[in-house]
Structures are given as structure tokens and as C-alpha cells.
Design a protein around this ligand. Structure first.
Ligand SMILES: [Mn+2]
Length: 314
């Protein structure tokens, strides 16, 4: 922490980056940190790969988002990102900056940094940013609190996932005391469903299949289905839980065909399977009970390859 604070104090211009397909933790962490750094008088810019998804458009701090137009930053802070590949087109902003900080809670982080802070026990990167902002002596105002609360509820699934700790609740309680519209945030993040998401959910249910005595659920979306609606990135959020929530299921696999023959795989486990280990076979990563990877080939072939790896650890 002392090293991170030194690096931040020494920097004037600071870039903040996070992973592609940024979710509530990625964006909430980025905007809350940007707001805090701005309060400290830093020149802060947030670089994103995609526009902020509609379900997260209420997050304060979006005025710091900008297009990258070249230049080198004193410091680049990378959040919630385990691998350079996940920075997409913005990898150069990080690698070319004078100093680099990575703050993350993924178990399989392999980023290079001058200041590296990995805390696998944190439910969300937002929990770590909460501690950092406090350590920087910046007041956690309502705008910062909205971002951090969104980060924590996103990554804990509303305090439902096994990564939820007493500390998640203690931090959330402190954030709630700052007069944030928590009911509206929860409704927006978890309950409001776009038309395209409802269509993709219907397809996900239709395609659900069970293996290994019902311990493994597999579903998929084909590229043609995805293209038939104007699907946004957040429309895919949580579809892997359709299989995960079925009684008796330990592992849920969800494959989405991003381009013909190229699938993005999501894995979830309920109690005992380490899916990060399975994802790593396909050069992916993540957490013990939630991981992701990419795989190329036909649908049946991809399903078979992943099932083979799941069977080994079941
Ligand atoms: Mn996260």
C-alpha cells in the first residue's frame, strides 16, 4: 500500500484502464478511483474499450472517459485485469507509461507492474479501491460510494456468491451510510432486462443440456442468434447462471459464438470444482468458482473438449 501511495503521489498525469467487456466491478473501480485521484488534483483519464453499457450508465465519473490520442502517462493504473490480453487495444497505454500499478483480485494474475497489489480474498476490486481511497485520505463521497457499491454487488452477485465475506458486508454497510440509491442500483444492475437479453435468455434455456448425471450443465448461443438481435455486451451477463442455478448442477458451461467458429466460454461452479484450473487449460483464467476462456472450432467439438477437462476434475 505504501508503495502504491508513493507511486500515485509522484505522478501528475494518470491513466486508468480495465479489462475489455468492462462490468460493474471494472467500471465502478475505475470511476471511483478516477474521482478520488481528481480530488487529489491529479490529471486523470479513464480509457475504455467499449462504451459504458446501458445498465451501468448511472455510474458517476464518466466525464473522465476519453479516447486515447497518443502520449505517455506518468502512471497507468490497471484494475480488475489479470492479463495484458484483456486490455485489448489499450495494452500500449499501460506498457508505455512511465510507471505502472496493477490492482486485482483474480487468482491467476500475470501482469508486470512497479506496484502490484493482488488480493484473492477481496470479493471485488472495488473492495480494494475502497481501502486505497481511504489510505489516500480522500473522503468517500456519494459519487465514489455509488461506484464502489456497484462494484461489490456485481462481483458478489448481490452477496450471493461464495466470494462474499464479512468484509464485503462491512464495506457495503459503510457505503450504504453515504445516502446512495441502493434500491435503484440493484434494480438497474440485476432486475432490468432488455428485449435483446430476454431473447438471448430464451435461447439459452432452449439450448440447455445436462451431462454426467446432471452435474454439468452446458448451454450456448450461436453467432446467428446473437446477430439476430442488437445484443450489447451486458446482455450476456449472467446467462451462465441459467445452468448454474439448476438443482444438482456443480459446473455450468456457457459458450457464446462471438464470431463464426470462435467461442467465448464462461464456467461457473457451485461448491467444489476449481473452474479457473479448467479455464487455464484453454489459456483462460479467473476465480475458483467463476472463470472464462476462448476456444475455436465447431460447437460440438468445443463442448466435447471442455467436457473432457471438466470430467477430469469432477
Ligand atoms: Mn472483479
Amino acid at each position: 500500500m505504501k508503495n502504491l501511495i508513493d507511486l500515485i503521489h509522484k505522478a501528475d498525469s494518470i491513466a486508468v484502464v480495465t479489462h475489455t467487456s468492462a462490468d460493474g466491478d471494472a467500471l465502478g473501480s475505475s470511476f471511483s478511483l478516477a474521482l478520488a485521484l481528481d480530488t487529489m488534483g491529479k490529471k486523470v483519464t479513464v480509457f475504455l474499450e467499449e462504451p459504458v453499457p446501458k445498465m451501468l450508465d448511472f455510474l458517476p465519473g464518466q466525464q473522465f472517459v476519453s479516447e486515447y490520442e497518443g502520449g505517455t502517462y506518468d502512471l497507468c493504473i490497471c484494475l480488475d485485469t489479470s492479463d495484458m490480453k484483456r486490455l485489448g487495444k489499450r495494452a500500449g497505454i499501460y506498457s508505455n507509461s512511465k510507471r505502472r500499478i496493477t490492482i486485482d483480485h483474480h487468482t491467476t494474475n500475470n501482469m508486470q507492474a512497479d506496484g502490484l497489489w493482488i488480493d484473492e480474498s477481496a470479493s471485488a476490486t472495488g473492495e480494494m479501491i475502497y481501502k486505497l481511497v481511504k489510505a489516500l485520505n480522500v473522503e468517500i463521497d456519494r459519487e465514489i460510494a455509488i461506484n464502489l457499491y456497484t462494484a461489490i454487488i456485481t462481483d458478489t452477485g448481490g452477496f450471493r456468491y461464495s466470494n462474499t465475506t464479512p468484509e464485503s458486508h462491512i464495506i457495503a454497510a459503510d457505503l450504504l451510510s453515504r445516502n446512495i440509491p441502493s434500491v435503484d442500483i440493484i434494480k438497474k444492475v440485476f432486475d432490468t432486462i432488455s428485449y435483446s437479453k430476454m431473447f438471448l435468455m430464451k435461447k439459452t434455456f432452449q439450448n440447455l443440456a445436462l451431462y454426467f448425471d446432471g452435474k454439468v450443465a452446458v448451454s450456448h448461443l450461436l453467432n446467428e442468434d446473437i446477430k439476430s438481435v442488437d445484443a450489447q455486451n451486458d446482455d450476456f451477463e449472467g446467462l451462465v447462471n441459467v445452468g448454474r442455478n439448476l438443482e444438482g448442477v456443480e459446473v455450468s458451461l456457457f459458450l457464446r459464438e462471438e464470431q463464426p467458429g470462435v467461442f467465448k466460454g464462461s464456467l461457473r461452479a457451485n461448491e467444489y470444482v476449481d473452474v479457473a484450473q479448467i479455464a487455464s487449460v484453454f489459456s483462460g483464467g479467473g476465480h475458483k468458482r467463476a472463470a472464462g476462456f476462448s476456444i475455436e472450432g465447431g460447437l460440438d467439438e468445443c463442448v466435447r473438449k471442455v467436457l473432457t477437462e471438466i470430467e477430469k476434475v469432477l
